[in-house]
Design a protein around this ligand. Structure first.
Ligand code: PAF
Length: 283
């Protein structure tokens, strides 16, 4: 496995591969890798001769300095894990490599319209501009055939799909399913920050999501199901609900009818001092 720290070295290595017609799959990450990330590497390896994983805790997508500081960083362990799944290339850049002109360099703005006015976009101002900026930069450096992202960040995927379309980038976006712990908790780099007691109870998030899905499939009205589910979670000690939304999977706008063509349910909940997100596709 090759590990690169400098953009130039990565680009040189990949351009040699491309002249030999090797297809490249790319998995962008912020490290603290778990089975969810590794499943994306495995998906990529099924279709591409070379899989590149980037590990970069991107400062521009954190609107809370404390969250950026607390974000787990485990590069040594990450590299070992990537080796076990046969990843060929790891890119571990410094902030200067990714942002050579400084963190607040101006780029031509993207317009995500309503996609970024709801849920994560509403709660974390500037978050998606930072995510889109870094993914655009990483795509420019790696020029992959396929980009792999996880369904767990449903809204992030919608934003990246829109960025790819707006910038007319020639890459296929592949979305991998959410990987869960045995009790249903969606895998996340943030889970390691839950104490034992909260870790056990955090499985309530996926339980409530899956009950909400069943209720809607049984004809329950989305706004009522959302309100009931949100109340259930809010009543749990140490839990604080930021949002619990039932929405159209493309526009991300709320749906009111159980019969709607496309329905996704997503939540963001503070469990103790750890903010977790999860979602489930109803149809
Ligand atoms: O999902 C993440 O880990 C990050 O938002 C991403 C896509 C790697 C961009 O920094």
């Amino acid at each position: 496995m090759k590990v690169f720290h400098r953009a130039q070295d990565l680009q040189r290595y990949l351009s040699n591969l491309r002249t030999n017609n090797r297809s490249v799959g790319f998995v962008p990450t912020m490290g603290a890798l778990h089975q969810g990330h590794l499943s994306l590497v495995e998906l990529s390896r099924l279709k591409n001769q070379v899989t590149v994983v980037s590990i970069f805790v991107n400062p521009t997508q954190f609107n809370d300095a404390a969250d950026l500081e607390k974000y787990p960083r485990t590069p040594g362990k990450d590299i070992e894990l990537l080796d076990t799944v046969g990843c060929e290339v790891v890119f571990l850049p410094t902030v200067e490599e990714v942002y050579p002109n400084g963190l607040d360099q101006k780029i031509q703005a993207l317009d995500f319209g309503q996609l970024e006015k709801v849920m994560e976009g509403a709660m974390r101002p500037g978050h998606f501009a930072g995510v889109a900026h870094v993914v655009e930069r990483l795509l420019d450096l790696t020029r992959p055939d396929r980009l792999y992202m996880g369904q767990k960040d449903y809204q992030q995927v919608a934003i990246i799909r829109s960025m790819i379309a707006q910038r007319e980038i020639d890459v296929k976006l592949v979305v991998g399913p959410t990987v869960r712990e045995v009790d249903g908790l969606a895998m996340s780099s943030r889970n390691v920050r839950l104490n034992e007691n909260l870790r056990d109870r955090a499985a309530e998030l996926s339980r409530v999501l899956s009950d909400a899905k069943s209720a809607i499939l049984a004809g329950g009205l989305p706004p009522e199901v959302a309100a009931r589910s949100s109340d259930l979670l809010a009543a749990l000690p140490g839990f604080k609900v930021e949002y619990f939304e039932v929405f159209d999977g493309d526009s991300l706008q709320p749906v009111s009818e159980a019969k709607a063509e496309s329905i996704v349910i997503a939540l963001a909940v503070w469990v103790g001092d750890v903010r977790l997100i999860d979602n489930v596709i109803v149809r």
